[in-house]
Design a protein around this ligand. Structure first.
Ligand code: CP
Ligand code: NVA
Length: 303
């Protein structure tokens, strides 16, 4: 594994291996066992979009691994004034040992990896959010003891989270049901092509049917970063797609609920659901441990 750009690039075994490392790092973190495996290493973190969890967990994660994180707002970089990705990649490769980037276009992340000579990590694009889904899988395994054979139902927009959940879930052997209103079911063509080769994938528009027998129900905002202008139209299109008590009554008893956060309480999920399903905050915490596993695997001396 040279980069962490999208889960389509990884095998199921590679994903599970990252989860195993993440579990170990979580144990060490909780028990005060130092793990400064990236001492002397630096991570450049480029943000073109806002972030709470991704920024803080990567920054703290690098510190806990003994390394040094640099927060780089794209607006303050020459990148924000139009310097090409190619030149940015080549220059940053001379200074830092790895780059984490959150931006709009997946092609920018892929180009950073192509033109640079250091590992690149995707911290969210319009197409994918692989770090989040690694944390989601870690959380599901923690709460349910396994992944293979479980049913994941996603109720929401066919955007970055839906794409990465489809791939991540299927690669670790889960049954994946994606549920989206018509017109918002536009998963990435590469995701659809992969999912169609898998026996346990469905894409439907009926939330009740989707959550039937689900072990875990996942949702995300109806309007993602960059879609703010569509918020009113989307509120109408997604009415009836809220994760609430009524919908969860159709899932497996004791099913888990996940949300990558930030949530719009009262839209895609009720406030009561978030308060009842505190595993959502385990999911947020697990960003830290899962990303440390990625950093170690990409930037550690043992490849
Ligand atoms: N879930 C997630 O990526 O959160 P942030 O946007 O706060 O980083
Ligand atoms: N789909 C959301 C996820 C935020 C973590 C967005 O892209 O804004």
């Amino acid at each position: 594994m040279k980069h962490f750009l999208k889960l389509l690039d990884l095998t199921g075994d590679e994903i599970v291996n990252l989860l195993n490392i993440a579990d170990q790092l979580k144990y060490e973190t909780k028990n005060g066992i130092a793990h400064h495996h990236l001492a002397g290493k630096t991570l450049g973190m480029i943000f073109t979009k806002s972030s709470t969890r991704t920024r803080v967990s990567f920054e703290v994660g690098m510190y806990q691994l003994g390394g040094y994180p640099l927060f780089l707002s794209a607006n303050d970089l020459q990148l924000g004034r139009g310097e090409p990705i190619e030149d940015t990649a080549k220059c940053m490769s001379r200074y830092v040992d790895g780059i984490m980037i959150r931006t709009f276009k997946q092609s920018d992340v892929e180009d950073l990896a192509k033109y640079g000579s250091i590992p690149v990590i995707n911290g969210l694009t319009d197409d994918f959010h692989p770090c989040q889904v690694l944390a989601d899988l870690m959380t599901i395994r923690e709460h349910r003891g396994a992944l293979a054979g479980l049913k994941m139902a996603f109720i929401g927009d066919g955007h970055n989270m839906a794409n990465s959940l489809t791939v991540g879930g299927l690669k670790v052997g889960m049954e994946v049901c994606m549920c989206m209103p018509k017109g918002y079911d536009k998963l990435h063509p590469d995701v659809i092509a992969f999912a169609k080769t898998q026996p346990d994938f469905t894409i439907i528009d009926d939330p009740v049917a989707a959550v039937k027998g689900a072990d875990v129900v996942i949702t995300d905002v109806w309007s993602s970063m960059g879609q703010e202008d569509e918020a009113e139209a989307r509120k109408k299109a997604f009415a009836g797609y809220q994760v609430n008590d009524e919908l969860m009554a159709h899932a497996k008893p004791g099913a888990n609920v996940l949300h990558c956060l930030p949530a719009k309480r009262g839209q895609e999920i009720t406030a009561e659901m978030i308060d009842k399903h505190q595993e959502i905050f385990d999911e947020a915490e697990n960003r830290l441990h899962a990303q440390k596993a990625v950093l170690l695997t990409l930037m550690g001396d043992k490849k």
